[in-house]
Design a protein around this ligand. Structure first.
Ligand code: SF4
Length: 473
């Protein structure tokens, strides 16, 4: 399961803003490894450099030094199904002269197809297949004069998830959708300002965390300082997977540091699904904190029996068949010296399709594990995500197709326990009603999706039959 993107933005007249944005993106690389880009503004014009690859592959001293100006935005991207092309890398620049903007977007617009059609009918042309370009053109299509009013005009028409940084010739904007599906925070640095998907990016560049950008809020930053424009949000729907898996454990969202939240998920699993075992292990790296929590609560020692190649990332080199056959071996290597004869509790963040877990368990058994008891930090995922998470159609979700005992048998575990929704909310220690839990419950926060839901919930429907905007990202 993958998140789609990270965004960043820096307004700092006395700083090398492109370099600061580069290091902010470097800290946010976990949110997208497919392409990276930075756009800058110097008061007169916008410049952009974006390409396929990791942040460190896309930029060098030369490309960074050419990005002059005192405002920058940046983006890292993970895309799905057919849109992995340089043309779709962000930031996207749309418009001309003083009527131009660069935009970096994290999320998914569920009514992008309708908006795209409406804009096309009015003569707007599109160079990419992203919903981000739809947002950009929607903003430009507003007849309002003020940028905040133009962004508001777009927000009234957009449905879905969007945490964005937007750049004009002389201003930086941070925008978050009224549901607040994806995180976005504001920080300060040496008299300037930083916007980032996660607080860990602020830490890495020496910025101070100020606050979260609220659902439905526009933050506008220019020579006159920071201005805030808030609108009431009827329903909040922060993606709970930010806490389970997506965000880095050293990030803070809604005042809750993720590392202890994940530890508490592990402790909750130990309470809900105790078992006699010799060792607790987490599937590295996302389940490491939860395995610590399980170990503490159960008094079963913690072990590292599975080594992960942490530098895998996404590669554009097609493996040959022999390498492809190695499957999870490319990613993990077990330690027989630790595993031999042991009864294991194996903690993981989630099971989506159930295609990897059987191989991991088989690998552990081959390395000598006597028993493998699987514990999962997320409740069973029974419904697809329409907010930009590359998950699966309902037909591919193992928990939509099989009972829990059937899944246990399918993955080859001795026992299987999923953290309950109540247990998850208790671990996160925040009110339940601020979260999206739709992939567990089927209760989507956007009513307009009903027609799409009907399509997508049909397990027989293929990806090709789904609407454009579901396939989009
Ligand atoms: S459906 Fe699931 S993955 Fe998608 S936003 Fe909601 S909680 Fe997150």
């Amino acid at each position: 399961m993958h998140e789609c993107c990270a965004v960043a933005g820096v307004y700092a007249p006395d700083e090398d803003v492109a370099r600061l944005t580069f290091f902010a993106l470097f800290a946010l690389q976990h949110r997208g490894q497919e392409s990276a880009g930075i756009a800058t503004a110097d008061g007169k014009k916008l410049q952009v450099h974006a390409d396929m690859g990791l942040v460190s592959q896309v930029f060098d001293e030369d490309s960074l030094s050419q990005l002059s100006g005192n405002i920058a935005i940046g983006h890292t991207r993970y895309s799905t199904r057919g849109s992995s092309r340089k043309i779709n890398s962000q930031p996207i620049v749309v418009g001309e002269g003083t009527n131009s903007i660069a935009i970096a977007h994290n999320g998914n617009i569920v009514n992008a197809e309708n908006l795209h059609q409406g804009l096309s009918d009015h003569g707007y042309t599109f160079n990419t297949s992203t919903d981000t370009e739809v947002i950009a053109n929607l903003i430009l299509s507003s007849s309002e004069k003020d940028w905040v009013d133009r962004i508001r005009y777009a927000m009234r028409r957009l449905q879905g998830a969007y945490s964005m940084t937007i750049l004009t010739n002389d201003r930086l904007f941070g925008v978050r959708d009224p549901f607040g599906v994806r995180p976005l925070c504001l920080g300060s640095i040496n008299g300037g300002w930083v916007i980032a998907s996660e607080s860990c990016a602020l830490d890495h560049i020496g910025a101070d965390f100020i606050r979260e950008i609220e659902p439905g809020e526009i933050v506008s930053i220019g020579a006159d300082g920071v201005k805030e424009y808030r609108e009431d949000s009827a329903r909040k729907a922060l993606c709970i997977f930010e806490y389970i898996y997506f965000a880095r454990p050293d990030s803070t969202i809604n005042g809750r540091l993720l590392y202890p939240a994940r530890q508490a998920m592990g402790a909750g699993l130990a309470e809900e699904y105790p078992v006699d075992a010799d060792l607790v292990m987490g599937v590295p790296d996302s389940a490491t904190a939860a395995s610590v929590g399980y170990s503490h609560r159960s008094d079963i020692p913690l072990a590292e029996g599975l080594m992960k190649n942490r530098y895998v990332g996404r590669t554009f080199i097609e493996p040959d068949q022999r390498i492809r056959d190695l499957g999870v071996k490319l990613k993990f290597n077990p330690l027989p010296q630790v595993l031999d004869g042991q009864r294991l509790v194996l903690v993981d963040d989630s099971i989506v399709r159930g295609t990897t877990t059987p191989h991991v368990i088989k690998m552990l058994r081959k390395a000598g594990a006597k028993e493998v008891h699987m514990r999962i930090c997320a409740p069973p995922i029974r419904y697809p995500c329409f907010f930009g998470v590359d998950m699966a159609t309902r037909g591919e979700l193992i928990a939509a197709q099989k009972t829990i005992p059937e899944i246990r048998d399918f993955i080859g575990a001795d026992s299987l326990g999923y953290l309950s929704i109540d247990g998850l909310i208790k671990a996160v220690a925040l009110p339940r009603d601020i979260f999206c839990l739709a992939c567990f419950t089927g209760d989507y926060p956007i009513p307009v999706q009903i027609e799409m839901d009907k399509l997508a919930l049909e397990s027989t429907v293929s990806d090709q039959q789904l609407p454009f905007n579901i396939r989009q990202r």
